[in-house]
Design a protein around this ligand. Structure first.
Ligand code: PRP
Length: 210
Protein backbone atom coordinates (compact mmCIF):
# COMPACT_ATOMS: atom_id res chain seq x y z
CA UNK A 1 0.00 0.00 0.00
CA UNK A 2 1.28 3.46 -0.87
CA UNK A 3 2.23 5.65 2.07
CA UNK A 4 -0.20 8.47 2.90
CA UNK A 5 0.89 11.70 1.24
CA UNK A 6 2.55 14.29 3.45
CA UNK A 7 3.05 17.89 2.42
CA UNK A 8 5.66 19.95 4.24
CA UNK A 9 5.91 23.76 4.05
CA UNK A 10 9.43 25.14 4.35
CA UNK A 11 10.30 28.76 5.04
CA UNK A 12 12.31 29.99 2.05
CA UNK A 13 15.90 31.11 2.56
CA UNK A 14 18.23 30.40 5.47
CA UNK A 15 15.84 28.05 7.26
CA UNK A 16 15.14 26.23 3.98
CA UNK A 17 18.81 25.38 3.42
CA UNK A 18 19.25 24.06 6.95
CA UNK A 19 15.99 22.12 6.72
CA UNK A 20 17.07 20.50 3.46
CA UNK A 21 20.40 19.53 5.06
CA UNK A 22 18.47 17.98 7.95
CA UNK A 23 16.16 16.05 5.60
CA UNK A 24 19.21 14.72 3.74
CA UNK A 25 20.89 13.72 7.00
CA UNK A 26 17.67 11.94 7.94
CA UNK A 27 18.03 9.77 4.83
CA UNK A 28 15.68 11.53 2.40
CA UNK A 29 16.55 12.07 -1.26
CA UNK A 30 16.71 15.87 -1.54
CA UNK A 31 17.94 16.08 -5.16
CA UNK A 32 14.75 17.82 -6.33
CA UNK A 33 15.02 20.30 -3.44
CA UNK A 34 18.62 21.14 -4.32
CA UNK A 35 17.84 21.56 -8.01
CA UNK A 36 14.64 23.54 -7.59
CA UNK A 37 15.32 26.54 -9.85
CA UNK A 38 12.30 28.81 -9.39
CA UNK A 39 9.86 25.99 -8.63
CA UNK A 40 7.78 26.20 -5.46
CA UNK A 41 6.60 22.58 -5.20
CA UNK A 42 9.26 19.88 -4.90
CA UNK A 43 9.09 16.17 -4.24
CA UNK A 44 10.99 13.66 -2.19
CA UNK A 45 10.84 10.60 -4.47
CA UNK A 46 9.54 7.22 -3.23
CA UNK A 47 8.34 8.75 0.03
CA UNK A 48 5.15 10.45 -1.18
CA UNK A 49 6.38 13.65 0.44
CA UNK A 50 5.81 16.99 -1.23
CA UNK A 51 7.72 20.07 -0.08
CA UNK A 52 6.40 23.56 -0.73
CA UNK A 53 8.36 26.79 -0.28
CA UNK A 54 6.74 29.84 1.30
CA UNK A 55 7.42 32.97 3.30
CA UNK A 56 7.50 32.39 7.06
CA UNK A 57 4.04 33.72 7.97
CA UNK A 58 2.55 31.86 5.00
CA UNK A 59 4.03 28.57 6.24
CA UNK A 60 1.81 28.99 9.30
CA UNK A 61 -1.21 29.85 7.14
CA UNK A 62 -0.76 26.76 4.94
CA UNK A 63 -0.37 24.51 7.99
CA UNK A 64 -3.33 26.09 9.83
CA UNK A 65 -5.55 25.55 6.78
CA UNK A 66 -4.47 21.92 6.61
CA UNK A 67 -3.17 22.09 3.03
CA UNK A 68 0.26 21.35 4.51
CA UNK A 69 0.61 18.72 7.24
CA UNK A 70 3.95 19.93 8.57
CA UNK A 71 5.83 23.21 8.49
CA UNK A 72 9.29 24.51 9.33
CA UNK A 73 9.23 28.09 10.58
CA UNK A 74 11.09 30.36 12.98
CA UNK A 75 9.86 30.86 16.55
CA UNK A 76 9.97 34.62 15.80
CA UNK A 77 7.14 34.25 13.28
CA UNK A 78 5.27 31.85 15.57
CA UNK A 79 5.44 34.37 18.44
CA UNK A 80 4.29 37.24 16.27
CA UNK A 81 1.64 35.41 14.24
CA UNK A 82 0.22 32.91 16.73
CA UNK A 83 -2.38 30.50 15.33
CA UNK A 84 -3.91 27.07 15.70
CA UNK A 85 -1.29 24.36 15.13
CA UNK A 86 0.99 22.10 17.16
CA UNK A 87 4.62 23.00 17.71
CA UNK A 88 6.23 19.57 17.76
CA UNK A 89 9.99 20.05 17.78
CA UNK A 90 12.73 22.61 18.25
CA UNK A 91 15.00 21.98 15.25
CA UNK A 92 17.92 23.75 16.89
CA UNK A 93 19.03 25.75 13.85
CA UNK A 94 18.21 29.32 12.87
CA UNK A 95 19.24 30.32 16.37
CA UNK A 96 19.02 34.00 17.31
CA UNK A 97 17.08 36.07 19.83
CA UNK A 98 14.62 38.89 20.20
CA UNK A 99 16.20 41.75 22.10
CA UNK A 100 15.44 45.29 23.18
CA UNK A 101 18.22 47.58 21.96
CA UNK A 102 19.00 51.28 22.22
CA UNK A 103 21.60 53.80 21.09
CA UNK A 104 24.80 53.02 22.98
CA UNK A 105 24.97 54.81 26.30
CA UNK A 106 21.27 55.71 26.56
CA UNK A 107 19.10 54.49 29.44
CA UNK A 108 15.81 53.14 28.09
CA UNK A 109 14.20 52.85 31.50
CA UNK A 110 15.09 56.32 32.78
CA UNK A 111 12.57 59.16 33.06
CA UNK A 112 8.78 59.13 33.30
CA UNK A 113 7.64 59.72 29.71
CA UNK A 114 6.15 56.88 27.64
CA UNK A 115 8.93 55.46 25.46
CA UNK A 116 8.60 54.68 21.76
CA UNK A 117 9.74 51.33 20.42
CA UNK A 118 10.16 50.56 16.71
CA UNK A 119 9.83 46.97 15.55
CA UNK A 120 8.82 44.56 12.81
CA UNK A 121 7.20 42.50 15.58
CA UNK A 122 4.49 44.61 17.30
CA UNK A 123 2.82 41.59 18.97
CA UNK A 124 6.06 40.32 20.49
CA UNK A 125 6.88 43.85 21.65
CA UNK A 126 3.41 44.45 23.10
CA UNK A 127 3.52 41.17 25.06
CA UNK A 128 7.01 41.85 26.36
CA UNK A 129 6.16 45.27 27.79
CA UNK A 130 2.68 44.23 28.92
CA UNK A 131 4.24 41.47 31.05
CA UNK A 132 6.47 44.09 32.63
CA UNK A 133 3.53 46.43 33.19
CA UNK A 134 5.26 49.14 31.17
CA UNK A 135 3.32 51.36 28.78
CA UNK A 136 5.11 51.98 25.46
CA UNK A 137 4.18 53.39 22.06
CA UNK A 138 4.93 50.87 19.32
CA UNK A 139 5.81 51.93 15.77
CA UNK A 140 5.65 49.18 13.11
CA UNK A 141 8.62 49.21 10.74
CA UNK A 142 9.01 46.85 7.78
CA UNK A 143 12.78 46.29 7.89
CA UNK A 144 16.18 47.64 8.96
CA UNK A 145 14.60 48.66 12.25
CA UNK A 146 18.03 49.72 13.53
CA UNK A 147 17.54 52.99 11.66
CA UNK A 148 14.63 54.16 13.83
CA UNK A 149 16.53 55.16 17.01
CA UNK A 150 19.38 56.61 14.95
CA UNK A 151 17.06 59.19 13.39
CA UNK A 152 15.11 59.62 16.66
CA UNK A 153 11.91 57.95 15.47
CA UNK A 154 12.08 55.78 18.59
CA UNK A 155 13.84 55.37 21.93
CA UNK A 156 14.54 51.72 21.28
CA UNK A 157 13.89 48.75 19.04
CA UNK A 158 12.78 45.17 19.54
CA UNK A 159 14.41 43.11 16.83
CA UNK A 160 16.18 39.90 15.92
CA UNK A 161 19.83 39.77 16.98
CA UNK A 162 21.95 36.99 15.57
CA UNK A 163 25.65 37.87 15.59
CA UNK A 164 25.11 41.39 16.96
CA UNK A 165 27.02 42.90 14.03
CA UNK A 166 24.13 45.05 12.75
CA UNK A 167 23.63 46.60 16.19
CA UNK A 168 27.34 47.17 16.70
CA UNK A 169 27.97 48.75 13.30
CA UNK A 170 25.10 51.15 13.92
CA UNK A 171 26.12 52.20 17.43
CA UNK A 172 23.34 50.31 19.18
CA UNK A 173 23.47 47.88 22.10
CA UNK A 174 21.21 45.30 23.72
CA UNK A 175 19.45 46.43 26.88
CA UNK A 176 17.61 43.21 27.52
CA UNK A 177 16.93 39.85 25.89
CA UNK A 178 13.27 39.33 25.03
CA UNK A 179 13.16 35.68 23.93
CA UNK A 180 15.31 33.02 22.28
CA UNK A 181 14.44 32.08 18.68
CA UNK A 182 15.11 28.96 16.59
CA UNK A 183 13.43 26.99 13.81
CA UNK A 184 10.46 24.87 14.87
CA UNK A 185 8.60 21.98 13.31
CA UNK A 186 4.86 22.60 13.39
CA UNK A 187 1.97 20.32 12.47
CA UNK A 188 -1.66 20.71 11.47
CA UNK A 189 -3.94 19.68 14.34
CA UNK A 190 -6.06 17.33 12.19
CA UNK A 191 -3.12 15.80 10.28
CA UNK A 192 -1.59 14.83 13.62
CA UNK A 193 -4.61 12.58 14.21
CA UNK A 194 -5.41 11.36 10.69
CA UNK A 195 -1.80 10.83 9.55
CA UNK A 196 -0.32 10.07 12.95
CA UNK A 197 1.79 7.11 11.82
CA UNK A 198 3.40 8.95 8.89
CA UNK A 199 4.02 12.10 10.88
CA UNK A 200 5.59 10.15 13.74
CA UNK A 201 7.82 8.27 11.29
CA UNK A 202 9.09 11.54 9.77
CA UNK A 203 9.38 13.39 13.08
CA UNK A 204 11.28 10.54 14.74
CA UNK A 205 13.72 10.30 11.83
CA UNK A 206 14.30 14.05 11.97
CA UNK A 207 14.69 14.07 15.75
CA UNK A 208 17.28 11.29 15.59
CA UNK A 209 19.33 13.41 13.19
CA UNK A 210 19.14 16.81 14.87
C1 PRP B 1 17.78 40.70 10.74
C2 PRP B 1 17.47 41.62 11.91
C3 PRP B 1 18.74 42.42 12.05
C4 PRP B 1 19.81 41.45 11.61
C5 PRP B 1 20.52 40.91 12.82
O1 PRP B 1 17.53 41.38 9.57
O2 PRP B 1 16.34 42.41 11.65
O3 PRP B 1 18.70 43.56 11.22
O4 PRP B 1 19.16 40.38 10.89
O5 PRP B 1 21.60 40.08 12.47
P1 PRP B 1 23.04 40.25 13.16
O6 PRP B 1 22.84 40.34 14.65
O7 PRP B 1 23.77 39.00 12.77
O8 PRP B 1 23.67 41.49 12.61
P2 PRP B 1 17.26 40.67 8.18
O9 PRP B 1 18.54 40.23 7.57
O10 PRP B 1 16.23 39.60 8.37
O11 PRP B 1 16.67 41.88 7.30
P3 PRP B 1 15.67 43.09 7.69
O12 PRP B 1 16.50 44.15 8.31
O13 PRP B 1 15.08 43.53 6.39
O14 PRP B 1 14.66 42.55 8.63
Amino acid sequence: MEKKKIRIALTKGRIENKAVDLLEKSGYDVTDLREKGRRLILTIPNENIEVVLAKAADVITYVEHGVCDLGVVGKDTIMEHGGKFHEIADLGFGKCKFALAVKKGTDFYSGYGVKTVATKYPEVTRNFFENKGIDVDIVKIEGSVELAPLVSLSDGIVDIVETGTTLKENGLEVVEDVAPVSARLIANTVSIKLKQERILEIVNLIKENL
